[in-house]
Design a binder for this molecule. Sequence first.
Ligand code: B12
Length: 539
Amino acid sequence: MHITFVGIGWEQLGVSLLSALAKEQGHEVDLVFSVSLFNDRCHLTHDFLSSAFDDTQSVLKEIERRRPDVLVFSPISGTYRWMLHVAKESKRSLPKVKIVFGGVHSTAVPDRVIANPEIDYVCVGEGDIAFLEILKAIDQGGQRNPIINTRFRLPDGNIIAGKQDGFIQDLDSLPIFDKTIWEDHMQYNETYITMGSRGCPYRCTFCFNSFFANLPQESSSGYVRYRSVDHLLYELKIAKKRYNFKLVEFFDDVFTLNKKWLKEFADKYKKEIGVSYQIFTHIKCIDEDVAKWLSGSGCRSAQIGVQSMDDEYKKRFLNRSETIYDVEKAIKFMDKYKIRAKFDHMFGLPLEPIEAQEKAKQFYDEYPPYRVQTYWVNLYPGTEMLSQCHKEGIITDEEIDRLEEGHNFDTFTRSNRLIDPDKLRTYKAYELIFKLMVNMPRSLRKKLNAQVIKKLPASICGALTFIVDLVCGLAKFDIDHTSYAKYYLYHMYRFVMNKLSIKVPGGTKILDNIEYGFYPPKYEKQILKEEQNQVLTEA
Ligand code: B12
């Protein structure tokens, strides 16, 4: 069959994996992508510019031109509305196309998603097995038997829900991510993203893990799982030959959780790949060994969620047990081994005492991280935090309804109505201070006063924050900033050229067009053996 994935904003590793699985089954796979400049559902939102660069119509036209048999979407909450719109329009123009939804948002509210008559299948939870079963069912003209981790609609309108069955345990039995479908849009010669594990042992109330991990599963099925180091390095070796990237970003929830795995990774990565990398991790998972291994193997920065500096609040409302003392220990190790600490700090946390911001300022003054990344709280469907807010009467049923339908998500730039306007000005002042202070000498840092800065109109404060962050990032040649800027410049140029009907080269230059083997050779042999056994059994 011809399968088309529809993406927006950024690469999605879930899509890359499903693409590899579908190609392995002999399907023809491609991607239609909206770069959605200035509304990328991540960092940048600007109403006027986003409508000037809107590319939704060309996405719809492209889907119509390609006439796929199956259209696949993997929405997070912030991309759900757009994806739903594209799905509906595509069904109108191609009534025979089968539409499949999956991913985080679909898992949080599957009944709402399948309630849209245009959507034929919805995957709940992990889709490595379900996706192939869905494709088989479509290929055979639709079936009535339940499909694992899936809901679908029968011609009479009834919904069939398959058994929910945990999390795939052997990640090495899966193919490596298929990056080829994204090459035209991404800039893999700059940064390459991947993951070595799935799952997280922590249950922060604002995170999708707070519900995803609780999906029904067999008792023997664990949530935190690893690819072998060799499986991961096999992928990186292929990718390095093909793209020669400058940086690898590991998006594992807690990259340094398993010290045995990390040690093996650090030893082999340095020898076999040897390119700088960045990770995400948890304060509790940084000690001296970890910092030393990371640093020795090329890790230049680690992004860590600090979120709030009020220990008591954090424990009670965010389900996080680390203390300021743990943060201090972690940053000292990172400083000692020259790993840049990028701390995530959240504004607008429900019921957090406002004094927590001054505490944070004092901490960042004493131990300035490389960067404070600031986020405005979003209440994501399915999360523990959303239920807490409902229980506390902070959010109404109608607002939950809107969130579950995918409205009102804007993480970086905008706050939400839950934040009291006076508090909002205070938060904005601290946001500017945090951005400034880590780039200033200590004597000047002391002079920053939230009560004074708070008097600036919120819009000016917001604009200054954006400028300070951008200028400091570019001045430090921070690759997060430079690659983001390059991505935008390239796509703005491409957008204009497209309007003039001038074709421009894709975002990634392919350096070595070797065949993309989705399995390391030793697993390929194993899979072949399994397939032969199956043929024998069937015979
Ligand atoms: C890598 C990553 C990014 C990358 C890549 C973007 C992307 N869209 O994936 C970047 C840095 C760009 C990014 C940015 C953002 N992210 Co992010 N990101 C992640 C992260 C860490 C990994 C996602 C991933 O690749 N997982 C691995 C793959 C294999 O798993 P998967 O995608 O879930 O897919 C599996 C199943 O879900 C299912 N499946 C998925 N889709 C489909 C479709 C079908 C048809 C089927 C059958 C099955 C299926 O099968 C797959 C294989 O089992 C997740 C957290 C996490 N650990 O998952 C957060 C996460 C997705 N991000 C999140 C958020 C909020 C954001 C941002 C808004 C802000 C931010 N915090 O940075 C932006 C939005 C960007 C955008 N426009 O998409 C939230 C989303 C919550 C929500 N309900 O919407 C998550 C869940 C983190 C969290 N703590 O809650 N992110």
